[in-house]
Design a protein around this ligand. Structure first.
Ligand code: PHE
Length: 340
């Protein structure tokens, strides 16, 4: 018993004078599962029966004493003043966070959108997984039509009616089906084709298509709209020409060329010595398409056009290989700033 009293007295002195570390170190040393309070509690079994009551009180009082010290240490840590400004060197450089920049496809897409928005076109979007009707049939491309070959795509095995859209004309179909006229929309988005990947073709790319349907819309409106676009996009000196073409969903149809930006029309490698480069397809919406989408083709006419954003970007920045757009090589991407 006497030994126990001496032990506790010594420990109390030690605890009162504690400067062995923070509250947690103290807790582990004295109050933890292997701490000294537990160990000394174990001494109870060596105490003679007649002293047990007194020893129990003593030990209990010691435990409370130790716990109170622990609470004091915690409170002291909490109240201690924060590090002064002198301890922080405000002149040290901050962490270097590299800034990203917009992808060239996004830059050009936004530029195209803003040009058409100024003419009153609204942006419309739709799903990338389409059904046969919206991508082909409604657009006067019935099953087994040979023109489907030009736009072979990827089908979803779960449902043979589903496919990855080959153009954003499918969004135009969806807008026409809503039946709210006039329609004046542009449809930016990602499209897919079953193509072998090369410098000039990829299995996915981006388009902006446009559609204007109202009463008395004519080919002259189409020409003027696209002429305005070209001048805003490439500058006032660029010339345009229309060549007759074929699309099942437009009649008449045309392809539009601009004078070569590299040689100014005198002939070079880029324009294959013709002085012209093709930038988009267009035409007057075929009456069958209007009828398929529930629009009265006797009352309304319209024009449509579609361009590949990659193609416009390649011309704008003189990029020779389409694959660069999807390789994510920072040396390439870093060259584009937000100004187009
Ligand atoms: N949808 C056509 C394509 O993807 C482009 C186009 C749109 C042509 C509208 C004419 C009119 O090739």
């Amino acid at each position: 018993m006497e030994q126990l009293v001496n032990q506790i007295t010594a420990l109390k002195e030690e605890i009162t004078a504690w400067n062995g570390g923070d509250a947690e170190t103290f807790r582990i040393k004295y109050l933890g599962t292997k701490g000294l309070v537990k160990t000394i509690m174990g001494e109870m079994k060596n105490v003679a029966a007649e002293n047990k009551k007194e020893a129990g009180q003593l030990l209990n009082e010691f435990k409370l004493f130790t716990e109170a010290k622990f609470e004091d240490l915690k409170a002291a840590a909490h109240d201690s003043p924060p590090a002064t400004h002198d301890a922080i060197d405000l002149t040290l450089p901050g962490d270097n966070l590299p800034l990203g920049s917009r992808h060239p496809i996004s830059l050009v897409k936004n530029r195209i959108i803003s040009i058409f928005q100024r003419l009153g076109f609204a942006v419309a979007e739709g799903p990338e997984i389409e059904d046969d009707f919206h991508n082909f049939s409604a657009l006067n491309l019935p099953e087994n039509h040979p023109a489907r070959d030009m736009q072979d795509t990827f089908y979803i095995s779960q449902n043979p009616d589903w496919l990855l859209r080959t153009h954003t004309s499918s969004v135009q179909v969806r807008e026409m089906q809503k039946g709210k006229l006039p329609i004046r929309i542009i449809c930016p988005g990602r499209v897919y084709r079953n193509e072998t990947i090369s410098a000039r073709a990829h299995c996915f790319f981006h388009q902006v298509e446009g559609l204007y349907i109202a009463e008395n819309v004519s080919f002259a409106d189409l020409k003027q709209t696209l002429y305005f676009f070209v001048q805003e996009m490439f500058g006032a000196t660029v010339k345009v020409r229309f060549r007759p073409s074929y699309f099942p969903f437009t009649e008449p149809s045309a392809e539009m060329d601009i004078s070569c930006l590299i040689c100014g029309g005198s002939g070079c490698n880029v324009c294959k010595h013709t002085g012209w480069v093709e930038i988009l397809g267009c035409g007057m919406v075929h009456p069958n398409v209007l009828d398929n989408c529930g629009i009265d083709s006797n009352k309304y006419t319209g024009f449509a056009f579609g361009m590949g954003i990659e193609r416009i970007t390649m011309l704008k920045y003189q990029i020779k290989d389409l694959r660069l757009f999807s390789e994510n090589d920072l040396r390439f991407l870093k060259q584009f700033t937000s100004a187009v």
